[in-house]
Design a protein around this ligand. Structure first.
Ligand SMILES: NC(=O)c1ccc[n+]([C@@H]2O[C@H](COP(=O)([O-])OP(=O)(O)OC[C@H]3O[C@@H](n4cnc5c(N)ncnc54)[C@H](OP(=O)(O)O)[C@@H]3O)[C@@H](O)[C@H]2O)c1
Length: 173
């Protein structure tokens, strides 16, 4: 079954595309401003701010599964509304949806959180991610929503470059 990774040119998306292709899956991916570099993958240009773009990509790529790894940071039009568009289009075509979210939907004021905890974001980014999750849950109830925390990756992530102590390869004093 073909998998489409939206945000395939991003930090997480690049890894997902590489692993899907290496596992022998038929793989398609989207990019926005950069070109994706993984060979053997069908690439599509996508701007989630444009209504209809994602529908056109899904119609052409015809995936069975969509993994949404896009990020517009705190840009509501991409992170919140764009994710709603992905969920609507995936549900319309009967695609399985895996939506990548973030622990930023929580304020961090509690010690423990679980799947039943309601979002209480304190940043514009967290609010956009919480709005996206809410829409995904209602539009595509069978979707998997994956809340990840900081993603590290061999010193290549934005966080590792800006804060060396995040780098798993850096020895702490
Ligand atoms: N990185 C972390 O530590 C972290 C932590 C928690 C959660 N997450 C979540 O993990 C997911 C991936 O994050 P990431 O760090 O890999 O993000 P990233 O490196 O910033 O990549 C973002 C992706 O979204 C695409 N994109 C940007 N604007 C777009 C638009 N208008 N329309 C369509 N696509 C657009 C980018 O395309 P171009 O690059 O081609 O412009 C890129 O492929 C996100 O859902 C994020 O919220 C990440």
């Amino acid at each position: 079954m073909k998998v489409l990774i939206t945000g395939g040119s991003g930090f997480l998306g690049t890894e997902l595309v590489a692993q899907a292709a290496a596992a022998g899956r038929e793989t398609a991916a989207t990019c926005h401003s950069r070109r994706g570099g993984v060979p053997g993958v069908a690439w599509y240009q996508l701007d989630l701010r444009h209504p209809g773009d994602i529908d056109a990509v899904l119609a052409e790529a015809d995936p069975g599964t969509v993994i949404n790894a896009t990020s517009g940071q705190s840009d509501w039009a991409v992170t919140a509304e764009g994710s709603v568009r992905v969920a609507m289009a995936a549900a319309h075509r009967g695609c399985r949806l895996i939506h990548v979210s973030s622990d930023a939907v929580f304020s961090g004021s509690r010690v423990h959180y679980d799947e039943t905890s309601l979002p209480d974001p304190v940043t514009p980014y967290g609010a956009a991610k919480a709005a996206a999750e809410t829409a995904v849950r209602l539009l595509a109830p069978a979707a998997a929503v994956v809340r990840t925390s900081l993603i590290l990756g061999h010193g290549r992530s934005v966080h590792e470059r800006s804060e060396p102590r995040c780098n798993a390869n850096t020895a702490l004093p």
